[in-house]
Design a protein around this ligand. Structure first.
Ligand code: 5GP
Ligand code: MN
Length: 352
């Protein structure tokens, strides 16, 4: 995914932090309610979709189907590879490859994308569609749609999606609930992170009350990986580096995974998403980082903070975005040069 560092850094830095107003909610409800049953609704989420992107999108897609909308497509940019843990999500049959997505839908709804660049080749649909809605929870959201339901205080985009379905009077059922549960569990680290407010647990209670089984879902989504992935984790974690001087003395721990690592162990890229959760445990470093090779000279970079460093600010400065404690960007060049650039940015921002 390519984002020009300059333009997106400026745009994301100037984004507001306010949640949706009552007028925003009313506009969003009207945009959906006004659709005739034969309207075509295209739902899109960010590249390399995670549990919140897919879960919020598919749960909402099912909600629209329950409202009687007959033509609902869901899609994401890039190769049409659905990460294995999400292949059994309800509504997955509504997913189509980006190349097959309607070019002239009546409504486009974007999920969990902080900027148009995160939607890759699908970004133009938001410009050309007669109506478009952006559901998100990133403070760095650039407000690239027409109607915005962007709540930086929401733990996940699915929190926003659940409220919109409630305002549309669509009852939760076990299928919609499973999608939203996977989404909120993903983004809160299974209800461990700071944004796990009473409201998040109240939402989880509503979802679980539909009859879903949290243990079974967590085992499937978080705790099921091929054995080859375990061997791959061993290789990648063994090469982790700790630099206690970095980030103005707060410390940086980092590692990288290459396409050759994936090939050697016969694994798909989604298995790499779990690595950052091991790396960020190092108490000697406030900032943790995993570089995941996407192409010869291109890396998807995950950043995490243990609290002192605002990694969203760091990611935005490098052309990406995210949240204070979890953010990311795309790095170009060798792994070493991406780390050097990251280190320089950390030194600059942490010195302030
Ligand atoms: P992860 O490290 O789990 O991929 O992402 C952590 C957070 O950073 C998520 O909120 C994700 O949306 C955001 N993020 C990751 N990579 C990028 C990127 O390249 N650009 C932007 N704008 N956000 C990113
Ligand atoms: Mn999210």
């Amino acid at each position: 995914m390519t984002e020009s560092a300059g333009a997106s850094a400026v745009a994301e830095a100037s984004a507001t932090c306010e949640g949706p107003t009552e007028a925003d909610w009313e506009a969003a409800v009207a945009a959906v309610r006004e659709l005739p049953p034969h309207a075509r609704v295209l739902l899109v989420c960010h590249v390399n979709p995670d549990g919140d992107a897919l879960g919020s999108m598919l749960g909402f897609a099912l909600g629209l189907r329950r409202m009687g909308l007959r033509h609902v497509q869901a899609t994401f940019p890039g190769p049409h590879e659905i990460p294995q843990p999400f292949q059994t999500l309800p509504g997955v049959e509504l997913l189509v490859p980006a190349e097959q997505a309607w070019t002239d839908p009546d409504l486009v709804v974007s999920f969990d994308a902080a900027s148009a660049a995160r939607l890759g080749c699908l970004a133009d649909r938001l410009l050309t569609a007669p109506q478009c809605l952006v559901l998100d929870h990133h403070a760095s959201n650039t407000r690239f749609g027409k109607i915005h339901l962007v709540d930086p205080n929401a733990a996940a985009t699915s929190v926003v999606a659940e409220e919109l379905l409630a305002r549309l009077a669509v009852p939760l059922d076990a299928e919609i609930a499973e999608c939203f549960y996977v989404a909120v569990a993903t983004d809160t680290g299974s209800f461990r992170f700071d944004m796990t407010t009473p409201a998040v647990h109240q939402m989880a209670a509503r979802l679980i009350a539909t009859g879903l089984r949290p243990g079974e879902i967590s085992r499937r989504v978080f705790d099921s990986r091929p054995f080859g992935a375990i061997r791959l984790y061993g290789d990648v974690l063994r090469r982790a580096q700790l630099d206690t001087e970095a980030a103005g003395g707060r410390g940086l721990v980092w590692t990288y995974a290459t396409l050759a690592d994936l090939e050697r162990h016969g694994q798909q890229a989604y298995v790499l998403e779990a690595l950052i959760d091991s790396v960020r445990c190092a108490i000697e470093a406030d900032v943790s980082c995993v570089l995941k090779q996407v192409a010869e000279q291109e890396w998807a970079v995950s950043l995490r903070s243990r609290g002192a460093t605002d990694v969203a600010q760091v990611a935005v400065a490098l052309g990406g975005g995210g949240h204070r404690m979890a953010a990311g960007f795309t790095g170009y060049g060798s792994a070493r040069s991406v780390i050097n650039t990251l280190r320089a940015t950390l030194d600059r921002l942490c010195a302030n």
